[in-house]
Design a protein around this ligand. Sequence first.
Ligand code: URA
Length: 238
Amino acid sequence: MTDKLYHECHDLIRQGRAVLQELQEWGFESVTVTAFEPTEPAAASAGKKTATAVSAPETLAELEAGLQGCQLCPLCQERKNIVFGQGNPQADLVLVGEAPGREEDERGYPFVGEAGRLLEKILFAMNLQREDVYICNVIKCRPPHNRDPEAGEIATCEQFLQRQLEIIKPRLVITLGRFAAHTLLQTAEPISRLRGHWKEYRGIAVMPTFHPAYLLRNPAGKREVWQDMKQVMQRLQG
Ligand code: URA
């Protein structure tokens, strides 16, 4: 896909999303999408089926299946695996990271590298295991050389995170790092100011905290993350 075509597609997606958002604000709960059928001469279309209703995926498995082979953005060119997410589909707690790194891309699961091992330690300290929670990322494919995700990539991919959260309906979400917090909370406030304060995403309580990869570089931040996790544990038990 050329850059120009990519940006045109991105604009169309953004416009489509704005229309849907407006419909939602008006109180519409669902929209039936009808497949586009080019007009054909009557003879050519005789005997063909017309419009097909396409409904939104109702389960994580359906959503993941629909993502296979995704080519919505250029990250598809270098990825080895789409890293959809992993864990309990009925979890009370969802953790949202940024994007897969090298090991995640190779194995197809989120947070299985060094940052993931630290995340597991944090969960362990909260008396939780990976299987108790659901873990996913804003971006489902690895950005080359682990660069930051670009705005267009986030805009294209965030719909899948949104649907994941709609399907799981967790009580709480922990956003790990600035990209997850900025994407879900639609803010540009620095993570150092966001962390530790309860926020809300579509009726779900959100606790922004530092990313485990940041903690690997700045271990002093662990104290603050632990303060944040204590708030999460309290609320989970409440
Ligand atoms: N960092 C992330 O944000 N997500 C992963 O899955 C791995 C590392």
